[in-house]
Design a protein around this ligand. Structure first.
Ligand SMILES: Cc1ncc(COP(=O)(O)O)c(C=O)c1O
Length: 309
């Protein structure tokens, strides 16, 4: 059967092998540089987080940390939660998610649709507040939960080492010079970079951070003002580029209008950083990540926040 018309037995088989798309318009100010976007939103849960969520679940099932009598719990306001929820439903495991109570209704509805239980945390404390509530729940009833803990779970970067990084080398290993992506849990950057560093030619790996500590680039972390994920190794990036919320949002709009891709704001920040880098280096091949799609952010719109649960 051709790969295109393959038949699969489980939705888990549809994770990874995402296409790499050449962006021809937003990088036209750097004509000597090819910019490629890896379309992670083509994963079944619609984001880059399907890879680590599935890896964390499969590894925990394999070594007995996750059993059918336990509830998988984690702090996530978004894409990882969608991924746990859909794979939990497909594989027959219960899932509970701690998320700030100001996340969009749409986001809550997606995870609830799979039967996931939602635990609200203080909206003013953001993702760090959700992490604290989650740790507290697990400490009080360790026998009840499998705490997947995407911020410290080595299976998170491993998914990108085995998948994202390997695929990029298969797709453009002959010419990639730079890899650029934003850091949240840091799994995507860490795992992919470790794989790319095994290539005999030097591939420069650039991390992207929000410029402001209070920002609208969902999924990304301003490290200085956050709980630093234990999986993060600050010595890993060749360089860190900081992108403002405004620039990330504007680039997401441009990608929709000029490339025909409706992407989320962290993708806007990734591509903004990739274009800045391309203008500086003048020739080469830059790969970056489309983490998710823009329709995940239809509500709340732009800076608008609703503090009702
Ligand atoms: C939309 C979006 N962009 C970027 C990231 C960052 O990826 P990572 O956690 O692998 O650093 C995430 C992670 O949740 C995300 O949901």
């Amino acid at each position: 059967m051709s790969a295109r018309f393959r038949r699969i037995d489980s939705i888990t088989e549809n994770v990874g092998n995402t296409p790499l798309l050449r962006l021809r318009n937003v990088g036209r100010d750097a004509p000597g540089v090819e910019i490629f976007l890896k379309l992670e939103y083509t994963n079944p849960g619609g984001s880059v987080k399907d890879r680590p969520a599935l890896q964390m679940m499969q590894d925990a099932i394999a070594d007995g940390r996750l059993t059918k009598d336990k509830i998988l719990i984690d702090a996530t306001s978004g894409n990882t939660g969608v991924a746990y929820s859909l794979f939990g439903a497909a594989l027959g495991y219960r899932v509970a998610l701690v998320m700030p109570s100001n996340v969009s209704q749409a986001r809550r509805n997606i995870t609830r649709a799979f039967g996931t239980e939602l635990v609200p945390s203080d909206p003013m404390e953001g993702s760090d507040g959700a992490i604290r509530v989650c740790r507290d729940l697990v400490a009080r009833a360790p026998e009840k939960y499998f705490h997947s803990d995407q911020y410290s779970n080595p299976s998170n970067p491993l998914a990108h080492y085995l998948g994202t990084g390997r695929e990029i080398l298969e797709q453009v290993g002959d010419r990639v010079t730079h890899f650029v992506t934003g850091i949240g849990t840091t799994g995507t950057f860490t795992g992919t970079t470790r794989r790319l560093r095994e290539h005999p030619r030097k591939i420069s790996c650039v991390a992207v951070e929000p410029a402001e500590w209070l920002h609208g680039l969902e999924g990304l972390k301003h490290m200085e003002a956050s709980i630093v994920p234990p999986i993060w190794d600050p010595s890993l990036p060749d360089e860190v580029l900081r992108v403002s919320t405004e620039d990330g949002w504007d680039m997401a709009d441009r990608i929709a209008r000029e490339e025909g891709l409706h992407v989320g704001h962290s993708t806007g920040a990734n591509v903004f950083a990739a274009v800045q880098l391309a203008k500086r280096v003048r020739e080469g091949c830059v790969v970056t990540i489309a983490c998710d799609r823009g329709d995940r952010y239809f509500a709340p719109m732009r800076w608008e926040k609703h503090y009702d649960w």
